[in-house]
Write a protein that binds this ligand. Sequence first.
Ligand SMILES: Cc1cc2nc3c(=O)[nH]c(=O)nc-3n(C[C@H](O)[C@H](O)[C@H](O)COP(=O)(O)OP(=O)(O)OC[C@H]3O[C@@H](n4cnc5c(N)ncnc54)[C@H](O)[C@@H]3O)c2cc1C
Length: 359
Amino acid sequence: MAFSSIGSVSDQTLGGVISTAAHGTGLNYGCFSSMILDLVLIDGLGKRHFCSNLANKNLFDAARCSLGALGVITEVTIQCEPSFNLHATQVPESLQNILVNLPAILNSAEHVRFWWFPHTDKAVLWKANRTPQKIEPLKESFFTDKVFGFHYYQLQLYFARFFPNRIPRITEQHYEARFKKTLDWVDKSYKVFNFDCLFPQYVNEWAIPIENTARALMLLRKWINSQQDLESGARVHFPVEVRFVEEDDVWLSPCYKRTVCYIGVIMYRPYHLPVPYKKYWKVYEDIMRSLDGRPHWAKAHQMYYSDLLESYPKFGEFSEIRRICDPNGIFVNDYLKRHIVPSEESSEYSMPLPQPPRL
Ligand SMILES: Cc1cc2nc3c(=O)[nH]c(=O)nc-3n(C[C@H](O)[C@H](O)[C@H](O)COP(=O)(O)OP(=O)(O)OC[C@H]3O[C@@H](n4cnc5c(N)ncnc54)[C@H](O)[C@@H]3O)c2cc1C
C-alpha cells in the first residue's frame, strides 16, 4: 500500500504528519489529515474516544489536525491505495511562463510543483503521474549532485554569510549546472515524492487560496528584486517551493474549505550557522497574510490566537473542544501557549497542576 500524496521527506511519525496537516502536492490530493477515515484519541482525562465521519463527527473534524492539543492519537485508519510507480519529469521553465499558464499546467498532471530561483526569473517545473511503466530511476551524478550540489553549495553559502551579494550569482551557477537539464524517470511513489532537503535550514510556508498564487509570487519577486538593487539589501536562497493541495473539511487544516497554493521559503544554515532571515520572513508573511494566508503548523510563523480565530471559521469550536478534552491543560506546551491557547488561559497553566489526593 502507499499514501496517495506525501511531502519531501518520509522520516516523520504518522502522529506528526496528521496533527500538523502535512502535505505533498496535487490539485486533487489533500493533506495527511484529510486521509484519515477514523481515529482513537486519549484525552487529557485519560478517556478514550473513537471518532469518524459517522461517530463523534465534531471531535473527528477537530482532532484530525490538532497539534496534540486535544490528546494523544493512538490509532488511525488511513485511506491508502495500492502501491504505485510515478513517472516524473522535471523541466527548466521561466517563472513568468509558469504563472501565465498556471491553470493548464496544474491540470496537466496528477502532481505538480515548481521551484523558483529567486533573484532570477528561472524555475523548474516538476510533474508526476501514476504509471504501469517499470522503474527507471533518476541517475544521480556524484560530482554534480553530491560534491557540487551539496558540499560546494554549503561552502559557498558559508562564505556568503560574509559576502551576501554573491548569493544571486551562486543561484545562477547552480541553476546552470544542475537544473537546466530536462529529467525524466520512473520510480516508486515515495522515492519520486521525496527529495534531498540538503542541510539545516530556516523554513516558512503558508497556504493561500489558489487563485492568489501569481499575485503572491509577483509581490515576492518585486520585493526581492528591489532588495537586489540595494548594496545592503536582503539576498535570499533558492528555492522558493510552490505546491498545491486540495481543499478539505478538517477544522484547523490550512486547506479548510479552499484549494490552496503552498509557497515555501528557505534560508539554509551552512554548517548549522545562523544566517539573516527575519527581514525576508516579515515581508513574506505580510504578503501571505494580505492574501488570506494560513501558516503551515509545523513551520515557524507569527499567527496568534486572535489571528487564527479570524482566519479559521471553526477555531472557536476547536477551542471549546480543547477545553473539554484537556481541562487541566496537561497537553499545553510552549507552542500551544504561543499560538493556540488565549493568553489569559495559558497563564493558568504556568502554575503547578493540583496534585491528585494521596490514597
Ligand atoms: C526536512 C524536512 C522536510 C519537510 N517536508 C515537509 C513537506 O514536504 N510537507 C509538509 O507538510 N511538511 C514537511 N515537513 C514538516 C513535517 O512534516 C512536520 O514537522 C511533522 O509534523 C513532523 O513530524 P514528527 O513526527 O517529527 O512530529 P513532531 O514534531 O513530533 O510533532 C508535530 C506535532 O504533532 C503532534 N503529535 C505528534 N504525534 C501525535 C500523536 N500521536 N497524537 C497527537 N498529536 C501528535 C505533536 O504534539 C506536535 O504538535 C518537513 C520537515 C522537515 C524537517
